[in-house]
Design a protein. Structure first.
Length: 217
């Protein structure tokens, strides 16, 4: 029998893995397992931040905006006897809200130290009202609501006057409480304003006389 021939039942001689190789493989598997857990935790935390921000955002904004007094500018910016448009940045706005964070309002200066600050929204469905100095009326372009210069209802669908912001004077500045949106639960101008209703005369002989009755809007 030649030296190259081997018995049929013989098997190759394979060395069994050493204990050091087993230990290295175990350590490698343990490291990869821990690394995968850490990556999963990191990904979960990144995904959870927007979710918690969405759920807790309103409460955080409400708490941060409570008692927020915002300056509308100097008192001299609003002449006595005039009504002017002003705007301020909402204290509940986020840093990335941009121009949408601006809120408009109407400022009426009655005397040297007396003001009225109206929300720009109609008390009917919230459309922005406009001030017409010639007629001294606030008019809503959506459904024809009208308000007197003091904010009380004149005519149209609204059942109440314009909502007002609380204000105070700090030195030469006009400051309003802008943390809460004016609602029926806060402050509203609902003072009744009598209107004059002209009734037609009964006969031609009385054409030189007129009769008027006051009725509440």
């Amino acid at each position: 029998m030649s030296d190259l021939e081997q018995p049929a039942n013989s098997t190759p001689n394979i060395d069994a893995p050493s204990s050091d190789a087993k230990a290295a493989a175990h350590t490698r598997r343990a490291f990869l397992f821990k690394l995968s857990i850490m990556l999963n935790v990191a990904v979960g935390a990144v995904l959870a931040v927007p979710l918690f921000g969405y759920l807790l955002g309103p409460a955080m904004k409400k708490g941060s905006s409570a008692g927020a007094w915002i300056s509308l500018g100097g008192i001299s910016d609003f002449p006595v006897g005039e009504t002017r448009l002003a705007d301020f940045r909402s204290p509940a706005a986020s840093f990335d809200d941009g121009e949408t964070a601006k809120v408009a309002c109407w400022v009426r200066r009655i005397s040297e130290r007396q003001f009225q600050v109206f929300a720009i929204n109609c008390a009917h469905l919230g459309c922005p009202v406009r001030w017409f100095a010639q007629s001294k009326l606030f008019l809503c372009p959506c459904h024809g609501g009208a308000y007197y210069e003091d904010g009380s209802r004149a005519s149209g669908p609204p059942e109440r006057g314009l909502f007002e912001y609380q204000y105070k004077l700090a030195g030469d500045s006009l400051i309003i409480h802008a943390g809460d949106m004016p609602t029926l639960a806060t402050q509203a101008s609902c003072k009744p304003k009598p209107l004059i209703q002209i009734t037609p005369v009964a006969t031609e002989s009385a054409s030189t006389t007129t009769r008027s009755d006051e009725w509440q809007a």
